[in-house]
Design a protein around this ligand. Structure first.
Ligand code: SAH
Ligand code: SF4
Ligand code: F3S
Length: 474
């Protein structure tokens, strides 16, 4: 291998990547694919046809972790009949379970934490050379970034052409890793480490690069984007002017050619009035925000360590509605947090009714090893959780359907992101309120922003027609 004159003469290899979890994992998978492309890998859509399978895993709830274990069983069977196949397990289960996972699943060749993505090519080479499992876990990127090594590496990966096959129109940019909040139910601070912000210049250069390659919408990612840059300023408190995150939004929004700028996740505790104000001043931010509340009861919120009360949450919603009266807000909710009484759960239903969220992500509480709430005494039984989840989802379904149906007859500016794979000729895009719109068109609409007359709606999506004058313009 070493005496080959250049990598150009080495054969093309195939990688299959499976991504679970949140957008941060999606962004990490894209970065890994870019790194692998530098190693002459190309993407394939089945593990059977791959030389390497990367499983980028999620640990947020037990169900997510179980999927990883059962999938590893399937991959092991494929590996039995194809011994050259390499298996890499990355992401939050890799970090949380660590070497214990290798004992459970010795077929893993590479085990890589989310803080060590840049090590993937090296570990693959080492594993091929030694025929042993290679591991890289933990979070020490900050110091390396400061002296410049990882910086250069990361930028290369970010600017490499994407081989994901994913739509280029809407792209993610990571702005902050990890989380300092330690909400008592949540495993993320354990799987992603403490907050580490990327320098503004690096974020801007990656975003500009993506726009130059055709992205029209960028979503800035972090577990708590509002605390972006506070680590660089050595403070825990967002300054009154909205701080570095607001400055970052202003700078990214100024990129010519960028049409929409979104971000997730915004923690209500650190959501500031200047950030609400920016929604009115900067149309690229659209009319939508994801603002996870988790519960509608103060005792539960305090025991979750969310650091906001229901009244404070409602006040922040009010700031937004003052700026954008028709703002669409979505949220995350947990049912059956330890000790949650029926009356406290009613608080969640009341809050959902009051806020009229455009949609919600509702989850049954899942105890995570190492978190404070997993040790709370009064865990709620599965049946009660199922029943609460069903009631919550039924209420939200009614609200979502009602809000979506109110869109019928409206003309909305829709940015089209992709063409349906199952139904060619159906283009799918989003309104400024982040509602999904499906339109039938003979013209390729991907990447275009067009005025669409909404003609139908259900709880999942809207349908409509592109207005005639748009078709002649584009
Ligand atoms: N950083 C984001 C949340 C990221 S995790 C925030 O603070 O809002 C995404 C969602 O998963 C959370 O908002 C929460 O609703 C849910 N979640 C996290 N841990 C969970 C657990 N142990 N059980 C059930 N749901 C959980
Ligand atoms: Fe988890 Fe809370 Fe951090 Fe969100 S803010 S990632 S819920 S610890
Ligand atoms: Fe899952 Fe890790 Fe994201 S646990 S939700 S992939 S940060």
């Amino acid at each position: 291998m070493t005496d080959l004159p250049s990598t150009a003469s080495s054969p093309q290899k195939k990688v299959h990547i499976e991504t679970w979890g949140c957008q941060m994992n999606v962004a990490d998978s894209e970065k890994m694919l870019s790194l692998l492309q530098g190693e002459r890998y190309e993407l394939t859509d089945s593990p059977e046809s791959a030389d390497l399978v990367v499983m980028n895993t999620c640990h947020i709830r037990e169900k997510a972790r179980h999927k990883v274990l059962s999938r590893l069983g399937v991959l092991n069977e494929i590996k039995q009949s194809k011994p050259g196949l390499k298996i890499a397990v990355t992401g939050c289960v890799a970090q949380a379970d660590g070497k214990k996972l290798l004992e459970l699943a010795p077929q893993i060749d590479v085990l890589l934490g989310p803080g060590k993505i840049d090590d993937l090519p090296r570990l693959l080479r080492e594993s091929a050379d030694t025929n042993r499992s290679m591991t890289s876990l933990g979070f020490d990127r900050h110091s390396e970034e400061k002296d410049g090594h990882e910086h250069a590496h990361g930028s290369n990966a970010a600017s490499a052409p994407s081989i994901t096959g994913k739509p280029e129109v809407s792209r993610y940019v990571n702005i902050i890793q990890g989380c300092n909040n330690f909400c008592t139910f949540c495993v993320v601070p354990f799987t992603r480490g403490r907050e580490i912000s990327r320098p503004l210049a690096e974020v801007l250069s990656e975003a500009s690069d993506l726009v130059a390659k055709g992205a029209k919408e960028i979503t800035l990612l972090g577990q708590n984007v509002n605390s972006y840059g506070l680590d660089l300023l050595n403070t825990d408190i967002v300054p009154d002017d909205g701080g570095p995150f607001v400055k970052l939004l202003v700078a990214v929004a100024a990129i010519p050619g960028l049409e929409r700028l979104r971000f997730t996740t915004s923690n209500p505790h650190d959501f500031t009035m200047p950030l609400a104000g920016l929604f009115a001043a900067q149309p690229k931010l659209g009319r939508y925000i994801h603002l996870p509340v988790q519960a509608g009861n103060d005792r539960t919120l305090a025991r979750m360590k969310r650091k906001v009360t229901v009244a404070e949450y409602l006040e922040k919603v009010q700031w937004l509605r003052e700026q954008i009266p028709d703002v669409a807000i979505s949220t995350d909710l947990i049912v059956g947090f330890p000790g949650e009484t029926e009356e406290e759960f009613q608080g969640t239903l009341n809050l959902v009714e009051q806020c009229q969220f455009s949609f919600i992500f509702a989850f049954k509480y899942s105890p995570r090893k190492g978190t404070a709430a997993a040790r709370f005494a009064d865990q709620i039984d599965e049946k009660t959780m199922d029943e609460r989840l069903a009631r919550l989802n039924a209420l939200q379904d009614r609200i979502t359907t009602k809000l979506n149906q109110a869109e019928i007859g409206q003309v909305r500016e829709v940015l089209f992101i992709y063409e349906s794979a199952k139904e060619p000729g159906i283009f799918v895009g989003r309104t400024p309120h982040f509602r999904t719109v499906r339109v039938r068109s003979k013209i390729n609409l991907i990447g275009k922003t067009s005025s669409v007359m909404i003609s139908g709606a259900n709880k999942v999506a809207l349908v409509g027609d592109v207005l005639e004058q748009n078709l002649t313009i584009h």
